[in-house]
Design a protein around this ligand. Structure first.
Ligand code: LLP
Length: 431
């Protein structure tokens, strides 16, 4: 059983000590249920892994994976930094009361408004992505008479074996300064011409849903070489080495990610070896995981509805959500595991394909899922839906977005209420 789920004597799935049918009854479906203990455990595993290798570290939760006021508060409670990538995420963090000095901002095209908000709220770090941003940020800081710590985002040319759309570290990328054409050195010079920018270090994010340490090792080695060059030729010391996010999780039995502790250990040891080889001491290591913090903690509950049997071909079982709350199969061919949450004590006696309710053939959640025999009204639980699901949810077909609850010690807390039809009209300017 994934997501820390338990089976009750009634044959029902429970999450965080609360039965899924009670959750569905109280909050309706589709419903995204987070097991808060799983999130906190992931965070403490990261911290312990860093402590075990005695590295100075900083963990930032990449809130693009799932961003809400409550999640920002949880991250703050755990002593994390927060990685935001837009004015909207920044605004959410500010509204949650997050200590803005522990915010770091990413983005390959940060707008003037976004940068102004970052400056006025005195965030901790901006990861500079391009030359335009250096100029713009320099000007805005001058106008505000403020200073800003920055990292340079380097595109280190590491091609990790992951889906093309979510692989950002390879050389042909819209993100960051190219390592091989002298762009990074030019960026250092440009930043040094801006008296209000303080260059604190380097950043590289090599991709997402990565299963081993190899790509991180290569990136760390390349950034160590670069750090050496920056000290020697520019007198610039790399105080912070941010290796991005990307640790993969186990969506299905086919996925075999390296355990988090092993990955952190291998990454830190590789980075330390690379820096020491270059005669430098290891900078503070920063990671900004998103998926590995929240994905496994999330389970989506759907109500089973119609069924279509095509003799000799396939059986479709449709649920009351789909690509509007989880577009990851449609976008990336992502795979998930599921159960009929109120019949866990029954054998998985059939193989069906789980369809969503949107007017689009590609609106599928799982192809060929071995499941307990589903009847209309049953509850389907899809596991590992905590990252990039609600975050990428849409109102396609004017389907309303689900509610989100967090469960902990047998109690549930509504974190995001279900969208209503009235909510769908809230932007209409001509009512
Ligand atoms: N840092 C940077 C600069 C990133 O671009 C990302 C993810 C992260 C950190 C967090 O990566 P994580 O630990 O979550 O892998 N929508 C896709 C994932 C896109 C990831 C984008 N960047 C999906 O559903 O798989």
């Amino acid at each position: 059983m994934q997501s820390g789920g338990q089976v009750l004597s009634t044959g029902e799935l429970a999450i965080g000590g609360v039965s899924t049918s009670a959750l569905a009854q109280a909050y309706g479906t589709p419903l995204i249920v987070y097991d808060e203990a799983v999130i906190r455990k992931q965070i403490s595993d990261y911290k312990e892994a860093f402590q075990a290798v005695r590295a100075e570290f900083r963990l930032a939760y990449a809130c693009k994976a799932f961003c809400s006021v409550y999640m920002c508060k949880l991250a703050q409670d755990e002593g994390l930094w927060l990685d935001v990538v837009s004015g909207g995420e920044l605004y959410t963090a500010i509204q949650s009361g997050f200590d803005t000095r522990h915010l770091l901002m990413h983005g390959n095209n940060k707008s003037m408004e976004e940068l102004k908000l970052a400056i006025s709220s005195q965030i901790g770090l901006i990861v500079i992505d391009n030359f335009y941003e250096i100029e713009l940020l320099g000007q805005l800081l001058e106008e505000a008479q403020a200073n800003m710590d920055v990292l340079i985002r380097v595109s280190p040319g590491v091609d990790v074996h992951t889906h093309d759309f979510i692989s950002t570290g390879q050389q042909d990328s819209k993100f960051g300064f190219d390592l091989y054409s002298g762009q990074v050195e030019e960026a250092v010079t440009a930043i040094r011409c801006q008296p209000r920018l303080r260059l604190m270090g380097l950043h590289a994010h090599i991709g997402s849903q990565i299963f081993d340490a190899e790509g991180f090792r290569v990136a760390a080695e390349r950034l160590a070489d670069l750090s050496k060059k920056l000290v020697r030729e520019y007198g610039v010391v790399t105080h912070i080495l941010n290796l991005g996010g990307g640790l993969g999780i186990r969506y299905t039995a086919e996925d075999t990610p390296m355990p988090l502790e092993t990955l952190v250990e291998e990454v830190v040891l590789a980075a330390r070896a690379a820096y020491e080889h270059d005669g430098l001491s290891l900078p503070l290591i920063m990671l900004e995981p998103g998926r590995s913090i929240v994905a496994e903690a999330g389970t989506t509950l759907y109500r089973v509805g119609s069924r279509k049997e095509i003799p000799g071909l396939r059986t479709y079982v449709a649920v009351d959500g789909g690509m509007t709350d989880n577009p990851r199969l449609a976008l990336y061919g992502a795979k998930y595991e599921a159960v009929i949450a109120n019949r866990l004590d029954e054998p998985r006696s059939e193989v069906v394909s789980v369809a969503g309710k949107a007017c689009e053939s590609g609106d599928m959640l799982i192809w060929d899922a071995p499941l307990q025999k589903a009847q209309p009204g049953d509850l389907l639980a899809v596991f590992c839906t905590g990252a990039y699901n609600y975050a990428m949810a849409s109102n396609y077909n004017r389907i309303t977005r689900p509610a989100v609850v967090f469960v902990r010690d047998g109690a549930a807390r509504l974190v995001l209420r279900r969208e209503s039809y009235e909510d769908l009209l809230r932007l209409e300017a001509t009512l």
